[in-house]
Design a protein around this ligand. Structure first.
Ligand code: IVH
Length: 703
């Protein structure tokens, strides 16, 4: 987020009040415009330092002439002194809610009824994401934000004006200056607006991006403050603060989707209205679509619902709205729900089920992970019967007990989570759970290293670990032994045929034929697959060894610096740490792994088997331009590099960096708080990659 640090040049303070007023006005317009470029378009024109200089000059002016300090000055976005309570606001135009449909058939019924009432064969519809935040209404008079309020019960809400003024995506003055530069391709068409409407109430959703929510929760936890259950609660809790200075520190976003009071605005359709709001300077959801038939709208909605988890905000469905505003009055409302709109909800991604047991699984590093065994339940369209519980602390913190009714949540394609138990359904028969003292596989005592939440089985001969290690060794990213998955790994280990992954290379046909499910042909196929895997080369081999923190990205990095496994084994801790992209933790884990005699023995066994220890393909020196011919766009904050560094990395390797996304863009590198460029990339179907992927590309393409 942009900070308004106290740096930057302070020009001479004007001598007269009138001069100061003019200068302040000029600065405010400029700041609001640059604010819009930064927060709404995600396409800043100014450096942070230049932006700070403008803010600082305005602050200095307002300090010298306090009568110029208006509540809608951008200097006031940091919040105002706390209130005792929120005043009530009566909504002249009620804030309605929406009827729900959970199946396409219900949407069809709604559409038929609306067509009948409107006396029309067919109607255009606008489909919009239904954002999970909280509804607010923003009153602008003469183009100035004079009041912001929550929905409340729809008729009376709370006055949260100082709070909404801190939300950077909400303009304090409309239209945001420099309209000719404001047209964005994805906005519904609407001519640039130069004059503010006399009175306008803009309605929309204040929400928190998922990435901002996670960062906020991390910050809160670090400071020992309360964390939030989900982005919606975080947004609501942040906006309903009596102290708006707290709100100002919370990363809130906004999408406009409608209006209340309207004076002096000439639009006849909802689609035009969205364009108009966009032209005034409000963020409009880029996934809103105008559809000319119900079928088109349903197809779009289904497709959007499928990919909604990829977006950086939570949405629990879409809203179908009749496009023709002229029909709204005629269609009317049933209770609090207008007939001209309906929400179409995705299948719930939370469900309640019974936690039948907690079992522990041993991973390849010996880490013992508790797993929930659940009474099978459908969550967001798939049946879930297991969920990871991460570690003992996770279970303790939530007080999960065997027999509890629990809430299970699935977000997107991520693994299901057990959120919390339903205490009100406890009968007293539930049993608390404790981490076992001994490994469930080999019976050796478990240890918890200092400073870690995880428990480990440290027995190198533990069969459960061995199965996982063999499975990993043979997996696609590692030695890629075709057809050799987790089931076979378990069978071979249990029969005592493998004491470490290297034993794979000494299996005989007779031994394989003795394993359940193998015949002449399949045994030969496996032997061939094992033989083929010997030549995968250094990077795959390093990945296959299963060293902690050494995944394929780190392995590729190392394979660029060293020509063979022997060179790497001879490297010191300092030497490894000096490699860009290798941290101290990884380097230490590496050195520790090779210092263990049984690991050294395994390496020697691999050598004897004829496994290739050297790099495959040309050495990296031969190709400095792995990204030649590729065009990149950078957006958001990358985890470890500044934009300048990322740009330099790309250019160094022959790529080009441009500032806006078009069909000619090859990749968009997105970090935290990526905004409209990311959306644009998704719209155009351009691959979006992370900083890690970029590094990976530089390495793998360079070989
Ligand atoms: S239209 C009468 N559009 O959903 C129309 N609402 O269940 C009322 N919401 O209170 C609002 N995204 O908080 C509309 N694109 C969208 C929306 C949306 C989220 C929320 C809003 C409203 C609630 C109604």
């Amino acid at each position: 987020m942009r900070s308004s640090a106290s740096q930057g040049r302070l020009p001479g303070v004007p001598a007269t009040l009138e001069e100061a007023r003019q200068r302040a006005e000029h600065l405010r317009r400029a700041i609001e415009y640059h604010n819009y470029r930064y927060y709404v378009l995600d396409d800043p024109e100014l450096s942070d330092a230049a932006y700070d200089a403008l803010i600082n000059e305005l602050r200095a002016l307002e300090d010298a002439f306090p009568e110029l300090r208006t509540p809608d000055s951008p200097t006031q976005r940091v919040g105002a002194p706390p209130l005792d309570r929120f005043e009530k606001v009566h909504h002249e135009v009620p804030m309605l809610s929406l009827g729900n449909a959970f199946h396409a058939d219900e949407v069809r019924r709604w559409y038929r009824r609306v067509c009948r009432l409107a006396n029309r064969e067919a109607l255009d519809l606008v489909v919009e994401p239904k954002i999970d935040g909280l509804a607010v209404t923003l009153l602008y008079e003469g183009g100035r934000l004079v009041r912001g309020a929550t929905r409340g019960d729809g008729l009376t809400g709370e006055d949260v004006t100082p709070n909404v003024r801190t939300v950077k995506q909400i303009p304090l003055v409309i239209p945001v200056p420099a309209p000719e530069q404001r047209r964005v391709e994805w906005m519904p068409p609407f001519p640039a607006v130069t004059e503010p409407p006399p009175r306008l109430e803009v309605r929309g959703e204040v929400y928190m991006r998922k990435s901002d929510f996670e960062a906020l929760n991390r910050r809160q936890a670090e400071r020992g403050e309360r964390t939030f259950a989900n982005p919606r609660n975080a947004a609501a809790g942040s906006l309903r603060q009596l102290d708006s200075r707290i709100t100002a520190r919370r990363p809130l976003s906004f999408f406009a989707y409608g209006v209340g009071i309207v004076e002096g605005v000439n639009v006849t359709t909802h689609w035009e209205l969205l364009g108009y709001l966009g032209a005034l300077g409000f963020p409009i959801n880029p996934d809103a679509r105008l559809c000319t038939s119900l079928d088109e709208a349903l197809v779009y909605a289904e497709a959007w619902l499928k990919r909604r988890h990829e977006l950086d905000y939570e949405a629990d469905g879409v809203v179908f709205k009749v496009n023709d505003l002229g029909m709204y009055e005629q269609l009317g409302a049933t209770g609090r729900e207008p007939r001209w709109a309906i929400a179409y909800k995705a299948p719930p991604s939370e469900a309640v089920t019974v936690l039948e047991d907690i079992v522990v699984n041993v991973g390849r590093t010996g880490q013992v992970v508790p797993t929930a065994v659940l009474r099978p339940v459908e969550v967001g369209g798939v049946v879930v019967s297991h969920a990871t519980l991460h570690n003992a602390d996770y279970i303790q913190e939530r007080d999960l007990r065997i027999g509890d009714h629990v809430i299970v949540r699935r977000a997107g394609d991520v693994i299901p989570q057990v959120v919390r138990p339903l205490l009100e359904l406890r009968t007293g028969a539930e049993r608390p759970w404790q981490m076992p003292n001994r490994c469930p596989s080999c019976g050796e005592p478990l240890v918890q290293p200092e400073g870690e939440v995880a428990y480990y089985c440290t027995n190198v001969a533990c069969p459960a670990q061995l199965i996982r290690r063999v499975e990993h060794f043979a997996s696609r990213n590692a030695m890629d032994i075709e057809g050799f998955g987790s089931k076979l790994a378990a069978r071979f280990v249990k029969l005592g045929l493998l004491k470490d992954p290297a034993d794979l290379y000494f299996l005989t046909k007779e031994q394989i034929l003795g394993v359940e499910g193998f015949a002449e042909k399949s045994a030969e196929n496996l032997l061939r697959a094992i033989e083929e895997s010997k030549g995968r080369g250094l990077a795959r081999l390093l990945t296959a060894l299963g060293i902690r923190y050494v995944g394929s990205t780190v392995a590729e990095l190392l394979a660029r610096h060293y020509a063979s496994l022997d060179e790497i084994m001879g490297a010191s801790l300092e030497e490894l740490e000096a490699i860009e992209g290798i941290g101290p933790r990884t380097a230490a884990s590496f050195v520790e792994w090779f210092s263990r005699p049984q690991n050294r023995q395994m390496v020697e066994k691999l050598r004897r088997a004829g496994v290739r220890f050297e790099r495959v393909g040309p050495a990296d020196e031969e190709d400095h331009t792995p990204l030649a011919g590729l065009t990149f766009v950078l957006t958001g904050t990358l985890p470890t590099m500044t934009r300048e560094e990322a740009k330099a990395l790309i250019q160094e390797h022959g790529g080009r960096v441009v500032s806006s996304v078009s069909r000619k863009t090859d990749y968009v590198v997105a970090g935290e708080r990526a905004g409209s460029k990311l959306r644009r990339a998704q719209e155009l179907g351009i691959p979006v990659i992370s900083e890690d992927d970029l590094r990976h590309m530089v390495i793998t393409r360079g070989r």
